[in-house]
Design a protein around this ligand. Structure first.
Ligand code: NAD
Ligand code: MG
Length: 399
């Protein structure tokens, strides 16, 4: 049977990798919808190549331009615009699986819509879980959605858990005792700390092992990405933060590990290529071809593991602090991070000030229980305001 797929964020790095995997299995997958923010040219190419029933452009003008371009090319894809169209194509009854690959808080509502509609949800958009893990996991439990992690570490952990394990269920009754979450350490693992203030956006986005979108690349450089992933793991595997240990592994070959009560440690290995977790989650519980270069274990050399330095990566400590506070604190952390990273990429906020802005925002806003979506969205909004004020203040001091 063909699987009908919606790809939220098809023009991004994960979106492109997903289309690459899907194109290798034309009999298994049929694209219902592709969505993007405003990249008309890339979406035009994707529509011509993959012939989705629907293409969503959040930006209305970009949607108009796409409509004109597709009509000129004789393509029948229906173009929809606006934010609400994202949730529509995520909950569409004929859709079986939704790849949630929008970056940041913008992915929350459509990801939640897919979970509420009981889809197979392939979750790349970790920010959705960080903002509202309680609501998202609740929606998964109520609807019976099948949630599968795309983040390489979480996908690895899932693969190291016994058959029959489903996300949202605690891993401890399965005998799991500790989760080792691996991190490459990003491009600044060995850079002298006193040169951090001068780091440029291009340096921060040049990840040694992974080719990713700009926001997650900066998150990897600060290691906020790992902080967000610790929070993500707590929700996906229903564990306490103390069960998770972050470990630096510069080779990015071991994607994470699970230690069991009997002393066994299971790891998932592979070349760093997101097509592996994408193909795994699409085909699960089967396996399929992904196009990834096979790992040559004889050529891979040494595998190293270190403890991350707290002073080099303060973002990691901030994520643990938000987790400890609980409730809306992780939504505040996420929003402050999005504002600070954008300011670093676009407005010249110093790299070393990203965590200053996040810490100040976290301290300024009291955590509240996550009992509704409105509560999460209002914490997100408030955090964006506070973080923007801090960005303005910090930049005034620097300039
Ligand atoms: P990207 O920047 O390359 O792509 C983002 C996609 O989201 C694009 O299609 C863009 O059009 C869309 N988008 C951006 N803003 C939007 C908005 N306001 N409304 C609607 N759509 C919007 O990002 P990416 O690297 O593909 O990452 C996507 C998600 O996957 C992130 O949450 C990231 O943390 C996660 N992830 C990525 C990787 C990776 O290797 N790239 C690995 C693990 C997890
Ligand atoms: Mg990851």
């Amino acid at each position: 049977m063909t699987t009908q797929l919606t790809i939220l964020g098809s023009t991004g790095s994960i979106g492109l990798s997903t289309l690459d995997v899907v194109a290798r299995q034309p009999d298994r997958y049929c694209i219902h919808a592709l969505t993007a923010h405003r990249n008309v040219e890339r979406m035009r190419e994707q529509c011509l190549r993959h012939q989705p029933a629907v293409a969503v452009m959040v930006d209305v003008e970009a949607g108009e331009a796409l409509r004109t371009a597709l009509a000129a090319a004789g393509c029948n894809t229906e173009v929809r615009t606006g934010v609400e169209a994202l949730a529509e194509v995520a909950r569409e009854p004929r859709v079986d699986a939704v790849m949630a690959a929008i970056v940041g808080a913008a992915g929350l509502l459509p990801t939640l819509a897919a979970a509420e509609a009981g889809k197979r949800v392939l979750l790349a958009n970790k920010e959705a879980l960080v903002m509202s893990g309680a609501l998202l996991m609740d929606a998964v439990r109520r609807s019976g959605a099948c949630l599968l992690p795309i983040d390489s570490e979480h996908n690895a952990i899932f693969q190291c858990l016994p058959n029959g394990y489903v996300c949202a269920e605690s891993v401890t009754p399965h005998g799991a005792r500790r989760i080792w979450l691996t991190a490459s350490g990003g491009p600044f693992r060995d850079r002298p700390l006193d040169s951090f203030a001068g780091i440029t956006p291009d340096e921060a986005c040049a990840h040694p092992n992974w080719d990713m979108g700009r926001k997650i690349s900066v998150d990897s450089a600060t290691m906020m990405n790992k902080g967000l992933e610790v929070i993500e793991a707590c929700w996906l595997f229903a564990v306490e933060p103390s069960m998770i240990q972050v470990v630096l592994h510069p080779q990015s070959i071991v994607h994470s590990m699970v230690a069991y009560d009997d002393g066994s440690v299971l790891a998932q290995l592979g070349n760093p290529d997101m097509r592996t977790p994408i193909a795994h989650a699409l085909a699960w519980p089967e396996r399929m071809e992904s196009g990834v270069q096979p790992l040559d274990v004889l050529a891979m050399g040494k595998l190293e593991f270190y403890e991350p330095e707290a002073a080099r990566f303060p973002a990691l400590g901030l994520a643990y602090k938000a987790l400890e506070r609980g409730g809306t604190a992780t939504a505040v952390l996420n929003a402050a991070n999005e504002v600070a990273v954008e300011a670093f990429l676009q407005e010249g906020l110093a790299f070393s000030e990203i965590t200053t802005v996040i810490a100040a925002t976290l301290d300024a806003i009291e955590a509240e229980p996550v009992d509704s979506l409105e509560r999460v969205l209002s914490a997100d909004q408030r955090a964006r305001e506070v973080a923007s004020e801090w960005v303005a203040k910090t930049r005034n001091v620097v300039s």
